[in-house]
Design a protein around this ligand. Structure first.
Ligand code: SF4
Length: 211
């Protein structure tokens, strides 16, 4: 996957950690179910908007039982500003029902069970594993994908291949924070349109650094 020789993954982690440290999940939540809902709503939607929406949604439906008791239209009334809201409302409602039916109202904590829920893919499952279940999880979102490709750490846009490459190099207990670090850097410095290479702490290890 690496374009030229062996990429210094550990140095990458350390350089980013020096800037951003231990990162918290930016999606507000009090329980695994609330993070599951927030992650689902965050597809193609900014975290700030999701947090605004979930403040009211969770006041009305904080857990699977109360979420399943709402109609899809009622959920849509809360989440309509999140984009793709019809799909998200249907998935959230069905998820709540399935968590009650299959898991006694408790969000499961395995990749297999999580990805069997509607609207929960590998990235979302990894967010849950890493942020609320204390299990290794490396979510690959658009920022993680872009930054690792810019660096030359990977040469693939496949989230699964990127996850494999990173997880083979970084200790499992760091996976979740590593993803947060890359996301922070992708939002603040290695931005999509015009990466701010001049002030980037990763210049010395970056294949895509611009003058
Ligand atoms: S040097 Fe530029 S391209 Fe490389 S990670 Fe930093 S901002 Fe992105």
């Amino acid at each position: 996957m690496s374009r030229a020789g062996r990429f210094p993954w550990q140095k990458l982690y350390d350089l980013l950690y020096g800037v951003y440290g231990e990162c918290a999940c930016p999606l507000r939540h009090d329980t695994p179910f609330q993070l599951l809902a927030a992650v689902m709503l965050s597809a193609q939607c900014r975290d700030e908007r999701v947090n605004q929406v979930t403040e009211k949604l969770f006041a009305a439906a904080p857990d699977p039982k109360s979420m399943a008791a709402l109609s899809v239209d009622e959920i849509a009334g809360f989440v309509h500003t999140c984009g793709l809201f019809r799909n998200k409302s249907e998935n959230l409602h069905r998820c709540a029902e399935l968590i009650l039916e299959r898991h006694n109202g408790i969000v499961p904590d395995t990749m297999e069970e999580l990805t069997a829920l509607p609207g929960i893919g590998r990235k979302s499952a990894n967010v849950l594993l890493g942020n609320v279940f204390g299990k290794p999880g490396f979510p690959v979102d658009t920022h993680v994908n872009r930054v690792l490709n810019q660096l030359g750490a990977v040469d693939s846009v496949s989230p699964e291949k990127i996850e494999q490459a990173a997880c083979a190099e970084i200790e499992p207990e760091k996976w979740c924070n590593f993803s947060h670090l890359l996301i922070q850097h992708g939002r603040r410095v290695c931005v999509a349109r015009q990466p701010r290479c001049a002030g980037c702490v990763l210049r010395s290890i970056c294949a895509g650094a611009k003058e």
